[in-house]
Design a binder for this molecule. Sequence first.
Ligand SMILES: [Zn+2]
Length: 237
Amino acid sequence: MIKKIIVFVLLAYIPSLLVLFVGCAEEESYMPEISGVVTNLHYTADYTSTAYVPAKKTYSPPAKKKYKKVTTVRKDYYAEPKWTPPKGSEKGWNAIVIHHSATQRGSMATFDDYHRNVNGWEGVGYNFVVGNGYGSGNGEVETTFRWSQQRVGAHCKTDYTNWANKNAIGICLVGNFEQSRPSYRQMFSVSKLVKFLSSRYNIPASRIYGHKDTPRHSTSTNCPGRYFPMVALKSKL
Ligand SMILES: [Zn+2]
């Protein structure tokens, strides 16, 4: 009976003992093999010979971004084509001087006639004339030869430098604003015009003057009149 038990126990455990033994044996014999392989990988000639050619590192600079030329068009005003001076002749204007005509009616033609024949000038002294409906359209903007030809103006005398006639754009609104205000259409047009000019020549609001407030002006004048809404004009820029 005892023999039977011993045989049974042996039969039951021998396979598992064998597995343990074989497993250990395999593990022991396997380890050197692994280290052999690793050694081979690191020290055989193959690694440094032509069998292994490291990829050449070539430097390529980062691709330049292609920027699209952006032309922004301000939609808040509409510039009339004739306000843009002809190519090649454009001057670097740096101020704007506002005038009134001190007359009830008028146009570029009537001022041109007066300035030419009475004052003996080359022609109308302003760069732009904004009509009031009497002599020219109400709110109509006329562009004079001094603008289209980018000539020195004759609208605002200063000291010997003559800086305002040389560098400031002269805009005359028909009317006498010592007596009344400009028309709504005149203000609408002159706002658009001033907006266009100040944007094109980077003229800040601080360099938009009424004739009487122009630095170093040398004529005693009320121009453009006490009722001209200069603050309102500048606030629309
Ligand atoms: Zn004036």
